[in-house]
Design a protein around this ligand. Structure first.
Ligand SMILES: NC(=O)c1ccc[n+]([C@@H]2O[C@H](COP(=O)([O-])OP(=O)(O)OC[C@H]3O[C@@H](n4cnc5c(N)ncnc54)[C@H](OP(=O)(O)O)[C@@H]3O)[C@@H](O)[C@H]2O)c1
Length: 303
């Protein structure tokens, strides 16, 4: 199942997320994902696992006979953030960042290159201009942003620069962002959803994993009358599958991450059932507003 990212580029709607997969485990997890059938892998400079992800892609290509064109690879430039003592990337260091990512991934190009977050106002447009140049150079087939809101994208528009092909944002039933999604649709920008599984009680439940999910939210997900538990029984699938299927039915690409073979398989098996209109309408009522996947120490600033 694919959707159009631009007039000429399609993106597989079920991607494999790799945040919090350690460098040492990335090769086997990505290889497993490719064996399962995923053809879209999402990583980032900031995940510290691009070398392992690249090895996993190579292993998948060799064992499955896949050509480079058959695997859609996304990575992201970490923009830097003055407030965290990180010098913001400039135009030049953004260009260099993709060359370094490609070196770690052992690839000649990626399919989608994203600015990970809209942090340094002073460099945002310079970073975006660098992505436009990287696409022209053939180092990436398409370009986009992540965690940008309409104000950030309007900056690009006002500057007369090409608009992003995609915006990767936290979207799930608890954070539906209807105004931002409408804005993206109106501007022909594809929505790629991350942290789709967040309503699950076990989402990022290992101590030390970053994220701001409160104990109350965990309890909500665990309750026996959780609406997703009831839907999972109705459709004969897992709650994770219901959540991912919701994203697909909304028209978003999804990026489930797991290190467990059984879950990697289950999260790819989304086309055998459909959430009915009644349940889609019920989920539409569950929006709680802003996302929670970034911890409170990681504010995604609007200015
Ligand atoms: N652009 C950004 O700022 C941004 C931010 C966050 C994420 N992302 C991207 O989006 C991807 C997905 O988001 P995410 O990693 O935050 O969360 P996610 O994929 O929504 O959820 C991952 C969590 O759910 C568990 N899980 C996975 N499949 C499951 C299943 N079938 N049943 C029960 N539990 C399951 C995982 O544990 P196990 O691993 O133990 O299975 C992990 O705790 C990331 O990996 C990354 O590629 C991007």
């Amino acid at each position: 199942m694919k959707m159009n990212l631009s007039k000429t580029i399609e993106i597989p709607m079920i991607g494999f997320g790799t945040y919090l997969i350690k460098e040492a485990d990335a090769k086997s997890c990505v290889h497993q994902a490719l064996r399962t059938g995923y053809r879209h892998i999402d990583t980032a400079e900031a995940y510290g696992n691009e070398t392992g992800v690249g090895l996993g892609i190579k292993a998948g290509q060799e064992s499955l006979g896949l050509s480079r064109e058959e695997v859609f690879v996304t990575t992201k430039v970490w923009p830097g953030n003055d407030e965290w003592g990180q010098p913001p990337k400039t135009y030049d260091s953004t260009l260099e960042a993709l060359i370094e990512s490609l070196d770690r991934l052992q690839l000649d190009y990626v399919d989608l290159y994203l600015i990970h977050a809209p942090f340094p106002k002073s460099q945002r447009l310079n970073q975006w201009t660098a992505l436009v140049e990287l696409r022209r150079l053939g180092k990436t087939r398409s370009i986009g942003v992540s965690n940008f809101n309409a104000v950030h994208i309007e900056e690009i528009k006002v500057a007369g620069l090409p608009l992003p092909d995609a915006n990767q944002i936290e979207v799930h039933p608890w954070s539906q962002k209807p105004a931002l999604v409408s804005y993206l649709n109106e501007n022909g920008i594809s929505t790629i959803a991350y942290s789709s599984l967040l309503p699950l009680s076990n989402w990022r439940d290992i101590k030390g994993q970053r994220g701001a999910k409160t104990d109350n939210m965990k309890a909500d997900g665990a309750s026996t009358n959780s609406p997703f538990k009831m839907m999972s029984q109705k459709y004969g699938v897992s709650e994770a599958q219901v959540l991912l299927r919701w994203g697909l039915q909304k028209g978003y690409a999804v990026l489930p991450k797991s290190t467990k073979e059984e879950r990697i398989q289950q999260n790819f098996d989304l086309l055998t059932f459909e959430i009915d209109d009644y349940d889609m309408a019920a989920i539409a009522e569950m929006d709680r507003g802003e996302g929670v996947a970034w911890s409170s120490g990681d504010p995604i600033r609007v200015d």
